[in-house]
Ligand binder design. Structure first.
Ligand code: ZN
Length: 189
């Protein structure tokens, strides 16, 4: 597929939400896999993460999804589709330090609206969903690697190993070390 340049003119249009270039190009953000019209009022992306498209179908072919705020395809993005975007964003970015504000900004919404919609559709908050992804990832590392607990908590996106151990015990009833001996014992014993 042809690669289009992020020219100064295009970049200016993105950061000033200029609607005069709407229809002329679209831009995707690689960290979120969401694409927008130049005029979208979402927070300006990091320049390094921007990819330019000439058509909606180019963006979709590469797995980018339309932004809920500016709906670049001209069709309103349904809540179902938006939830899929948020979930895949969280699965891709769980290792980063994330807050509700960051998630909302990256998924092009207000924190309040994101929290309310996610909870209504998924029956849990986005942060609970995120903790579950982190927990499952940590479980796999405990099972498949010899990494230390501290290392695993960091790699899984937990803010500290103390928090990781507390959360792990709360969710599973056992400590990470107990979990590790148990699964490794099941394999070798
Ligand atoms: Zn947008």
């Amino acid at each position: 597929m042809k690669k289009y340049l992020l020219t100064q003119k295009r970049w200016n249009a993105i950061i000033t939400n200029d609607n005069r270039l709407d229809g002329n190009f679209y831009y995707g953000v690689t960290s979120t896999k969401i694409f927008c019209k130049p005029s979208c009022s979402s927070k300006s992306p990091k320049k390094d993460n921007v990819v330019i498209f000439k058509t909606v179908s180019e963006a979709m072919k590469l797995g980018f999804r339309p932004c809920k705020r500016c709906h670049p395809t001209g069709i309103k993005v349904s809540n179902d589709e938006w939830i899929i975007q948020i979930e895949s964003y969280l699965k891709k970015n769980f290792k980063r330090k994330l807050t509700l504000n960051i998630i909302a900004e990256d998924c092009h919404s207000s924190p309040y609206y994101l929290q309310r919609t996610f909870k209504k559709m998924v029956n849990k908050t986005p942060l609970t969903y995120l903790s579950e992804i982190r927990l499952n990832y940590a479980k796999n590392l405990l099972k498949d690697t010899e990494l230390t607990i501290n290392n695993i908590s960091l790699q899984s996106g937990f803010s500290s190993d103390t928090y990781f151990m507390t959360f792990f015990k709360k969710e599973t009833g056992i400590t990470p070390s107990e979990f590790r001996s148990k699964v490794k014992g099941d394999i070798y014993g």
